[in-house]
Design a protein around this ligand. Structure first.
Ligand SMILES: [Zn+2]
Length: 299
């Protein structure tokens, strides 16, 4: 089925005519969510014009037959283009407050990621998928603060380097945009097909993927000279090295599996739509990291 990438309303498979009507109607009514989505992904002066359906089809078209490449390219355009996401921009010349805002809000994303991927394991019998997801989540559940094998332990060590209390973060609340995004990721895991959850969550590791430049990324996750800056605590450098180390990063492997099963299960359109909902959830969550950073700045 074709699904609205904003509100998940479903249409017949391949029915972009109805989807375009739904979107242009929402644009007429100035619905803020649909309008923002349209301006971001299919920018046009007039959504009532006959070209809209063609532009919409063009946006969803998997041109070389590769869903993997469509996802990686769409992700790259959203966050790593010439006009990068403000969070990625901030990571090129980071300040202490950026690492604090990143670290604190990211804790809540990481907890939700573990839960969402556990849903995937429970909902499928595919062993390659279960193996991938358990490889990612097990170290983050059964972690040891002494070894450097889990992102969550590295994150907690980063808090210590930044003067943040681990318990105070664990007992705090994320900012409202992160709460909103976590609700979306949790609802996808609960209600949608497991391959859609893989497409929503595993793809977010693309932030750390070195191959992203092959899909048009204009800049890295953080400027490499960050690691030489003397004022940056070692625990922050170790965290950044950990998350961007190719041996801890499975997004390309996940994309191969997403492509394989989306085709096998005939769920390509569903995967595209759910991935797009997750992209917007991540966009909001990244804004929350910056807002949190500003709060630390003003203290
Ligand atoms: Zn909609």
């Amino acid at each position: 089925m074709t699904k609205c990438p904003v509100c998940s309303q479903v249409f017949q498979k391949g029915d972009y005519q109805s989807l375009s009507k739904h979107l242009s109607l929402a644009s007429d009514k100035n619905d803020p969510f649909h309008t923002a989505w349209l301006q971001d992904y299919v920018p046009m002066p007039n959504y009532g014009s006959p070209e809209f359906i063609n532009n919409l089809k063009e946006f969803f078209k998997i041109s070389d037959g590769s869903l993997k490449s469509w996802i990686a390219t769409t992700f790259t355009k959203k966050f790593y283009s010439e006009k990068p996401h403000p969070f990625i921009e901030a990571m090129q010349k980071p300040k202490k407050s950026i690492f604090m805002g990143y670290g604190v809000e990211n804790y809540f994303f990481l907890k939700q990621k573990i839960k969402s991927l556990a849903y995937v394991i429970a909902k499928t019998d595919k062993e390659d998928i279960q193996k991938l997801e358990s490889t990612i989540i097990s170290p983050n559940i059964n972690y040891n603060m002494k070894d450097n094998a889990a992102e969550i332990a590295m994150l907690f060590k980063m808090y210590e380097g930044l003067g943040l209390g681990i318990d105070s973060v664990k007992n705090s609340m994320p900012l409202p945009p992160t709460i909103y995004s976590i609700k979306i990721w949790n609802a996808i895991a609960e209600n949608d097909h497991w391959i859609e959850t893989v497409a929503a969550i595993n793809t977010m590791d693309l932030f750390f993927c070195p191959q992203l430049k092959d899909y048009g990324a204009k800049l890295p996750f953080f400027a490499p000279n960050v690691l030489d800056n003397e004022w940056i605590p070692d625990s922050v450098k170790q965290y950044l090295k950990f998350v961007t180390d190719p041996s801890h990063e499975y997004s390309m492997e996940a994309l191969d599996l997403i492509e394989k099963y989306a085709k096998e299960l005939n769920l390509i359109e569903e995967v595209q739509s759910t991935f797009l909902r997750s992209l917007d959830a991540m966009d909001r969550h990244l804004q929350a990291r910056l807002t949190r950073a500003k709060q630390y700045d003003s203290r």
